[in-house]
Design a protein around this ligand. Structure first.
Ligand SMILES: Cc1ncc(COP(=O)(O)O)c(C=O)c1O
Length: 402
């Protein structure tokens, strides 16, 4: 059973009502949701009330434990709806990095096997594979990302081959914010028997996600960025066709249906729960459900539309500033609320610190991991106003003019 989440349609000025739910916006111009989003009051209240319940009732009492678990299962359904999957395909994780490590080791890669990652991946999707270069002798190939679907596909075809076992890349990259052509990439990969794992850190809560439409085998999400939830909770989608073929590489209590100590047998859950083990922070998973609901109230179509408007506005204002180069794609199909640029001969880390002194919260990023060049990343979430864009542009303009 695949669930789908309802979307609302809203006039853009109605964002105010939701913006008022974000106390952090009173203190600063919050342009680093790509790092971590501002926590809304309903999510804060959810966390507080769960802890009050645990403290008052006693967190080990059987009815309390059962209530906490039952609510977590409802959250699993919410996550499944949000991703367009079935609840059996959803595993709770602590973060994206945990999910991709699980996948990397579950695949049992062998010496000589190849993994393709993009050249705009977060260390979360790079380090586990670089580690396997040393542990298992695999080879990591880097897919060059350009602001054109045709060029990305052409670059992929140049490096993919019969040794490729996995393609691991972002749905939306944390560097330029380009929305990668995941469906096209999955079609090519699957025609060669290759699996695809997608990092949804920068996508969930800012673009529409439907894993069945994307066609990927694995999709990883985290809660603390565009969903504006707490950090340290996430989820992993594993397509039902792949689920039965892979064994958990790490395990412990919670993963098993049963085990037989005498005969060394584990019977795992026959769904994605088999990847869950050990203590889980259930109050924060409940808050994750709330964060998804909050996001759904605003409506993903409204969010996408607003981010694009903001990106166009910022591009219009920054275009033509001397020495400023925008690296995010202009093409609407590829662009998102992540807007990245670099200023020739500038100290980008210093610019970020100076902006923070004026309560403008932006982030620097390494935009080329080989050349180690840096740039500024601006996260244009739905709650940003046109006035805030104006303040940012004035700051950048003054910085350039000295
Ligand atoms: C694209 C991307 N992937 C993964 C991560 C890390 O996610 P997590 O902390 O859930 O492992 C980040 C955040 O920094 C990111 O931007």
């Amino acid at each position: 059973m695949y669930l789908s989440i309802e979307v609302t349609v809203m006039e853009s000025n109605n964002f105010i009502k939701y913006r008022e739910q974000l106390p952090a916006l009173k203190k600063s111009i919050y342009l680093n949701t790509g790092g971590s989003g501002p926590l809304p009051i309903p999510i804060l209240e959810e966390i507080k009330s769960t802890y009050e319940y645990l403290a008052t009732e006693g967190q080990i009492l059987i009815p309390v434990v059962n209530n906490m678990k039952a609510k977590a299962e409802k959250v699993r359904n919410t996550i499944a709806s949000f991703l367009g999957a079935s609840p059996e395909e959803i595993s709770f994780t602590r973060c994206i990095t945990e999910g991709i490590n699980t996948i990397a080791y579950a695949m049992d890669l062998q010496r000589g096997d190849e993994v393709i990652i993009s050249d705009q991946e977060n260390p979360a999707f790079i380090l586990p594979f670089l580690n396997l270069v040393h542990i298992k002798g695999i080879k990591v190939k880097k897919l060059k990302i350009e602001n054109s679907i045709e060029k990305i596909i052409q670059n992929l075809k140049e490096i993919i081959n019969t040794k490729t076992k996995l393609i691991a890349l972002s749905h939306v990259t944390h560097v330029s914010g380009i929305q990668l052509p995941v469906t096209e990439i999955c079609n090519i990969a699957h025609s060669m028997g290759i699996l695809v794992a997608v990092d949804g850190a920068q996508a969930c809560g800012q673009v529409d996600v439907n894993v069945k439409f994307l066609g990927c085998d694995f999709y990883l999400m985290t809660c603390h960025k565009w969903l504006c939830g707490p950090e340290g909770v996430g989820a992993m989608y594993i397509d039902e066709k792949t689920l039965g073929k892979i064994r958990p590489p790490f395990t412990g209590v919670g993963a098993q249906e049963s085990f037989d100590f005498e005969n060394d047998i584990i019977v795992f859950h026959d769904n994605a729960k088999k990847f869950e083990f050990g203590g889980r922070h259930l109050p924060l998973y409940h808050a994750m459900g709330k964060a998804i609901e909050f996001n759904a109230q605003i409506g993903i179509n409204n969010i996408v539309k607003r981010s694009r408007e903001l990106a166009e506005n910022l591009r219009y204002r920054l275009k033509g500033l001397k020495g400023l180069n925008i690296i995010s794609p202009e093409n609407k199909e590829l662009s998102t609320g992540i807007f990245t640029f670099f200023i020739e001969n500038a100290d980008h880390e210093l610019i970020v610190r100076r902006a923070a002194e004026k309560n403008i919260i932006i982030q620097w990023r390494t935009i080329d991991l080989i050349k180690k060049t840096k740039g500024i990343r601006v996260s244009l979430a739905w709650f940003i106003t046109d006035e805030e864009i104006e303040t940012l542009t004035d700051f950048i303009e003054k910085t350039i003019k000295g």
